[in-house]
Write a protein that binds this ligand. Sequence first.
Ligand code: T4K
Length: 379
Amino acid sequence: MNMPKKTPVYVTQPLLPDLQDFLPYLETIWENKVLTNAGPFHQQLEQALCDYLGVKHICLFANGTLALMTALQALRISGEVITTPYSFVATAHSLLWNGIKPVFVDVDPVTLNLDPRKIEAAITPHTTAIMPVHCYGQPCDVASIEKIADNYNLKVIYDAAHAFGVRHQGTSVLNYGDLSVISFHATKIFNTFEGGAIICPDAKTKLRIDRLKNFGFVDEVTVVAAGINGKMSEINAAFGLLQLKGIDAAREQRRAIDAAYRVQLAGVPGIHCLTAGEGDAANHAYFPILVGPAYPLSRDQLFGALREQEIYARRYFYPLISDFPMYRDMPSAAPARLPIAQRASSQVICLPIYPGLADDIVAAIVAIIAAPFTTTIDS
Ligand code: T4K
């Protein structure tokens, strides 16, 4: 097939402002000589993100994984935590790093998020929390999860790494649960090169988290917890402030690409696109498709066909976290206990989506996906 381009196309490309626009921020940093430790840009970004996202308190971090690890410390979580196998490894790794045992529970076949109907059966006397993921930015069934957490006195920490700007029932999805954690990695819709944050509902918890991410210091001579260095630097925070100026335009471009894929893929048998729930405002962070049995090729064959044309889509999330060596011997990781996650992991491909992805590239990607049908007609 003739492609309208010769350069590789990746699953994403980072949002980058004009370099010239970043220079004044750098000049300020050079003038102030404040490079880190909750400097002025750090404080400005926390406030700007609270305003933009519609949340009360944000604690910025050097990355999302450190934020997850610190969130667990902040709530003094121990024992067992119920989580999803269908996510990036950082979700479960943050538990292991805290000496906590992840207990995997299968996902919902429609949203691919932790299935609340299966949570209760996994609760034991050691369970202290639930860590669901708003996978691809699709909100979890937050109402059901909250009900279970209330009934069993469990904390809820949402891994909301993908959920920047997502709204659910008229409010930011980051306002649900005891804490939410977001990522600002280069591959996320809003990036600070590396970065992340914990969203928390009250000032007291924010203070505790701010201390934990700064070694546990209260003042020069007082340390109240075995904290970590999780701080975001001034250069990352300044970049975040500049990024916020372009975020709405970037999200609009993502929305248009998402819509184009949906229209063009609608007639391709066996290809299923995930759809936002009613009352949810999506962020179009990812464009996952499921390659079902009605499609003539396997997922991996289609993945290979895209690669042949230098379309570097990704199989997020294959393998499942529960299939990695450090988890697979856990009883809850048994594939037979996670059939929906196993199936999704064998069917999913995340197609390229990012601001600047040209219409003709989207059309070419769809043409590769539709090729098994058109080839039959042509021949
Ligand atoms: N929880 C969840 C649910 C997560 O998805 C993640 C991260 C976390 C927690 C942890 O948050 P962080 O600690 O990362 O803040 C990527 C990201 O590294 C990772 O942040 C992300 N999830 C995960 C889903 O995807 P890779 O290994 O697939 O990324 P990589 O480097 O292969 O990048 C994908 C494509 O993006 C490349 O082919 C090209 C493009 N790219 C990437 C980078 C890094 C660029 O064009 N420029 C770049 O700088 O993991």
